[in-house]
Ligand binder design. Structure first.
Ligand code: ZN
Length: 235
């Protein structure tokens, strides 16, 4: 069966996307070898993007974060757009993403579970007030709230746990869908591999340039670019 046939035969599709979906919009994957390694920073990305580093070296965290994690020029690509279209037509029930760039929402998707948060949401660590991305981009040094508290991005840093409501929503969507498309991820990063175990639908599909850890259990495996593959789908 082709991907098109599987989509035609499905009523509730869930898309689970990783970094590969965003790299096609020009957003670097800081975990990849040709990503952000060996660059001008004194610490590896995993250390900078940790809770401890944020607390202890907040200014250095923001130097890196503004420079590398916020890509305001990035636009939704063919994958984001097709998924928004599938949702609009009532075929797709949810997007679950590991990306923090907000591109699915920008493309028009309504039901998006952002497992690792979003650069577009930020909050005061003292009074809890929420801020948009401009609180980070339009400030220098450590962004501060009117109350004097430090503003923190609502993204999940290393050492931090995932939001329970987000993870529960994603689990429920995956458990209830009849087709799960996994794309742009090698499925080795937590919690990706664990989430797939909840799927008990009809079609399990992988779209990824490189082999993944779930290829063996899939009904269809496409080693290709996500945007190219989804662009050909007729809704
Ligand atoms: Zn505040």
């Amino acid at each position: 069966m082709t991907l098109q046939e599987m989509i035609n035969d499905s009523k509730s599709i869930v898309f689970f996307g990783g970094a590969g979906v965003s790299t096609e919009s020009g957003i670097p994957d800081f975990r990849s070898v040709d990503g952000l390694y060996n660059q001008k920073y004194d610490y590896p990305p995993e250390e900078i993007l940790s809770h401890t580093f944020f607390v202890q070296k907040t200014k250095e965290f923001y130097d890196f974060y503004r420079d590398k994690m916020i890509c305001l020029d990035a636009k939704p690509n063919k994958a984001h757009l097709k998924l928004a279209e599938l949702e609009k037509k009532g075929k797709l029930t949810a997007v679950v993403t590991q990306n923090i760039d907000g591109l699915h929402t920008q493309a028009g998707s309504k039901k998006v579970y952002e497992l690792h948060g979003s650069v577009h949401r930020n909050y005061c660590t003292k009074c809890g007030k929420f801020f948009g991305i401009e609180a980070i981009t339009d400030s220098v040094g450590v962004p501060k709230c009117e109350c004097g508290g430090t503003i923190k991005p609502d993204v999940v840093l290393y050492e931090e746990g995932l939001d329970h409501d987000v993870i529960n929503g994603a689990v429920k969507a995956i458990a209830e869908c009849d087709m799960l498309i996994i794309a742009g991820t090698s499925m080795t990063v937590y919690p990706a591999a664990g989430l797939v175990r909840y799927f008990r639908g009809k079609y399990l599909v992988v779209i990824n340039r490189d082999p993944t850890s779930v290829d063996g259990q899939c009904d269809l495996v496409l080693h290709d670019r996500v945007g190219e593959v989804l662009d050909k789908i007729k809704v």
